[in-house]
Design a protein around this ligand. Structure first.
Ligand code: FAD
Ligand code: EPU
Length: 344
């Protein structure tokens, strides 16, 4: 295993921020991690687990040990006539897992097509898109307690999944290295399976219509979602970004009514708990930020919620730009935006 010092993380985060890690290693197995854990150089060092770096904003050099989790592999650990439990290594590219499942006709992950990053990070914020979330198919995950080195399993209840949220963002923040995630998927090839395709999301229905899809399939749903995403979201390889910078806020029904009386077209999604979710991108656009650029950073022209690094920006510049945006939303609408991106 290579232990690198003063390693640039520029190519390892999708914002393309050029900061350095005091120590850096890439691990490909739990055993490798255990071996390194015993190395005296790392004792007492702060640790940062890195996946694909697509939901992180690095604002300074990391004075500690960055561990890039590249644990590979995928195995079916059990199956019935209608379902499989598939365990994937934390270092597998999320989208490779999704496309692999589509090929095998395993249903459940297709709505989460094209989300960047690695499998191990997916439970951290319970990734979601187009009417599905990781928690819908999550079975369990295996992790290592970074403090004791002990292996621990988490089931869905233990993870306390919420909208872009889990126990790993609160009580257990930075405490575990996730090494595999298992999913419960439907076998669409089995005769007894009546699969419910999730195509209620407006854009998905419309796009399937434009594509003239008559018979739904995992591939058709995935293709429609890929088409929407490619049209809306900038590819980080071409324009550095980390997807939605803020979460969509949920407001009380009373707050929503006040807002709707002033803005009849405000997009909104009623939630089961009685609150109403409003796209943060709408607030950002209403405040005039969509497509605006301030030096080396900006808000994207087709999705105001996506902040971009036009080249050479520091993490601090992006953070400051985001704070200006959230202050303006607070001033105009009284809404406090919370960040989705993890600031380090
Ligand atoms: P990283 O950015 O490397 O890490 C994110 C966090 O997880 C960090 O706190 C890190 O320490 C921790 N972490 C990473 N791996 C592990 C591990 N193995 N064990 C413990 N902790 C770990 N997200 C959505 O939910 N829905 C979307 O539709 C979506 N679209 C996106 C579109 C674009 C263009 C981009 C750039 C991002 C988008 N995202 C979306 C955000 C991002 O892709 C997801 O959050 C993804 O799960 C992050 O994975 P990663 O491997 O890049 O994580
Ligand atoms: N909108 C605007 N202006 C904008 C952007 C959006 O007014 O600049 C309004 C429009 O009314 C639009 C609506 O917001 O119809 C919803 O926009 P979109 O479908 O792009 O979705 P979103 O709510 O902005 C969320 C997730 C995305 C996810 C999509 C699809 C959050 C914070 N973001 O975006 O996730 O891909 O829905 O499900 O929940 C991410 O987490 O990084 C991410 C990209």
């Amino acid at each position: 295993m290579k232990i690198e010092q003063n390693k640039s993380l520029k190519s390892l985060n999708t914002f393309g921020i050029d900061v350095a890690a005091k120590y850096f290693t890439e691990i490909r197995s739990v055993e490798e991690f255990k071996e390194l854990r015993g190395d005296r150089r790392f004792s007492g060092e702060e640790k940062l687990i890195l996946g694909g770096g697509s939901n992180i904003l690095l604002t300074k050099d990391f004075d500690g040990w960055v561990i890039r989790n590249a644990i590979p592999g995928g195995t079916i650990t059990s199956e019935t006539e209608t379902e499989v439990i598939l365990r994937a290594g934390a270092g597998v590219e999320w989208n490779d897992l999704v496309f692999g499942c589509i090929e095998k006709n395993y249903g459940g992950l297709e709505n989460l097509s094209l989300i960047p990053g690695l499998v191990g990070a997916a439970p951290i914020q319970n990734i979601g898109a187009y009417g599905a979330e990781l928690k819908d198919t999550f079975h369990e995950l295996e992790a290592i307690d970074l403090r004791s080195g002990a292996p621990v399993k988490f089931n869905a209840g233990d993870c306390a999944f919420g909208y872009r949220d889990s126990v790993f963002k609160h009580k257990f923040q930075g405490q575990f290295l996730i090494n595999s995630v298992s999913f419960r998927l439907a076998k669409l090839s089995a005769p007894k399976v009546h699969y419910h395709f999730r195509v209620e999301y407006g854009d998905v229905r419309e796009t399937l219509g434009e594509m003239n899809v008559q018979d739904l399939s995992l591939k058709a749903v995935s293709d429609a979602i890929c088409r929407i995403r490619r049209a809306k979201l900038p590819d980080p390889k071409e324009l550095r970004n980390a997807g939605s910078f803020f979460k969509n806020p949920a407001v009380s029904l009373t707050q929503f009514k006040v807002l709707a009386s002033q803005h009849s077209k405000v997009p909104h999604y009623p939630q089961e708990d009685g609150t109403v979710k409003i796209p943060a991108g709408w607030f950002v656009e209403q405040c005039g930020w969509k497509g605006k650029r301030a030096g080396r950073v900006g808000s994207h022209k087709t999705q105001a919620l996506v902040l971009v690094n036009y080249g050479g920006a520091t993490g601090q510049e992006i953070l400051e730009f985001s704070e200006i945006i959230s202050r303006s939303v607070k001033k105009r609408f009284g809404i406090e935006l919370s960040r989705e991106v993890n600031v380090v």
